[in-house]
Design a protein around this ligand. Structure first.
Ligand code: KG4
Ligand code: ZN
Length: 344
């Protein structure tokens, strides 16, 4: 089903058009980073207002490219996310679907991230997701492994406190490196020594959650170290001293090794045919290279989406919407209500 997709859950406004097999025909993303950067985080009111302005413009661009004819499905992110932002997308999508008499698919944002490793930006059909695929979803709001089973993702663990992306953002903010922090920390860490500082992994005593993540202790330890060294904030963020590069490299190495730590146990337990990573933090260079290396060493197929499909985008929502519609799950355009919190 040729699909129009809309994603407005946080601070990216995105629209996409997909061919019937998940071929990405267009994926437009308008980032609000410049709007929120002065506040070192997303301001919900500003985000919602920007979606209202930008969404019709992006739709106009799709129309001009002649991509809005012959549509057979509309997909939209229903949640989780910022409620005001979600309302803009769900109202627009509902009205569009109702006016054109098209079926509507309401997608969970995490479902979108989960299908993204099996998509491409070269216009080829999306791959089928094998049953038993193990996917690490790491973003600004989530850090969990999921097992793909009978068409849906079953969460295997979760974070006890901060999400991995959130920790990148907070450490960067403390050093005065701006928002969002992940990309800049990743770039600077390339020039530092990851063995310069040691951070001990958390011990979670709960027998039902020993494979859960916890990043807030690491965040505090890195910020404390930066303060001790007089690096919080940096006096010249454009030219950080060697100690700052070493601290960021050691921090990034700790996050990546803790994220990959549960892999062995989950692989022994579930024997996945493929291991994947998704979400904004899956843009991280070290995470990408370490996961690839792990795949080569262990002989397990690894899938990581192209960079443009790691951070929030409508293409992944379109594909998840197609899979939902194929399973007979459709939403009522006159009764669609967004939700802010994770639905599991
Ligand atoms: O998936 P996403 O765009 O939005 C959410 O659903 O949260 O993820 C955004 C998060 C931000 O915290 C950002 O700092 C982080 O992904 N991020 C990165 C990198 N690029 C983006 N974290 C580490 N390394 C990166 N290269
Ligand atoms: Zn996301």
């Amino acid at each position: 089903m040729k699909t129009l997709a809309i994603e407005t859950s946080c601070d990216e406004t995105s629209v996409a058009v997909l061919g019937p097999q998940g071929e990405v025909l267009a994926n437009l993303v308008s980032s609000q980073v410049a709007v929120h950067a002065p506040y070192l985080g997303v301001v919900p009111e500003l985000a919602a207002r920007h979606h209202v302005e930008v969404l019709p413009r992006l739709m106009g661009a799709l129309e001009q490219q002649g991509l809005l004819g012959d549509l057979e499905l509309v997909a939209v992110t229903q949640g989780p996310g910022l409620i005001g932002s979600l309302l803009v997308g769900t109202c627009y999508a509902s009205a569009f679907a109702y006016a054109r008499n098209l079926p509507l698919s309401a997608v969970d944002h995490l479902e979108g991230h989960l299908v993204s490793p099996f998509m491409n930006l070269e216009g080829r059909p999306a791959e089928a997701i094998p049953d038993g695929a193990l996917t690490l979803v790491v973003s600004g709001g989530h850090s969990s492994y999921f097992l793909f089973s009978q068409g849906r993702g079953v969460p295997l663990n979760r974070t006890r406190d901060d999400a991995a992306g959130e920790v990148f953002d907070k450490v960067a903010a403390a050093l005065g490196l701006g928002y969002p922090g992940g990309p800049v920390v990743d770039r600077l860490a390339e020039n530092g020594d990851p063995s310069a500082f040691r951070f001990s992994p958390p011990r979670i005593k709960d027998p039902h959650g020993e494979l859960d993540f916890s990043f807030s202790g690491l965040k505090s330890a890195v910020i404390r170290k930066a303060q001790e060294l007089g690096l919080a904030p940096l006096s010249d963020p454009q030219n950080p001293p060697r100690e700052a590069l070493d601290l960021l490299a050691s921090f990034r190495a700790a996050v990546v090794s803790w994220l990959l730590a549960p892999l062995e146990v989950f692989c022994q337990r579930y024997q996945p045919p493929v291991v994947a990573a998704a979400g904004g933090v899956a843009a991280n260079r070290l995470l990408r290279s370490e996961l690839q290396r792990w795949g080569e060493a262990s002989g397990v197929r690894v899938r990581i989406p192209p960079l443009a499909l790691t951070t929030d985008n409508a293409a992944m929502i379109g594909r998840a919407g197609q899979l939902r519609a194929a399973a007979g799950l459709l939403a009522d355009p006159l009764g669609l209500e967004p939700y802010a919190r994770v639905s599991w």
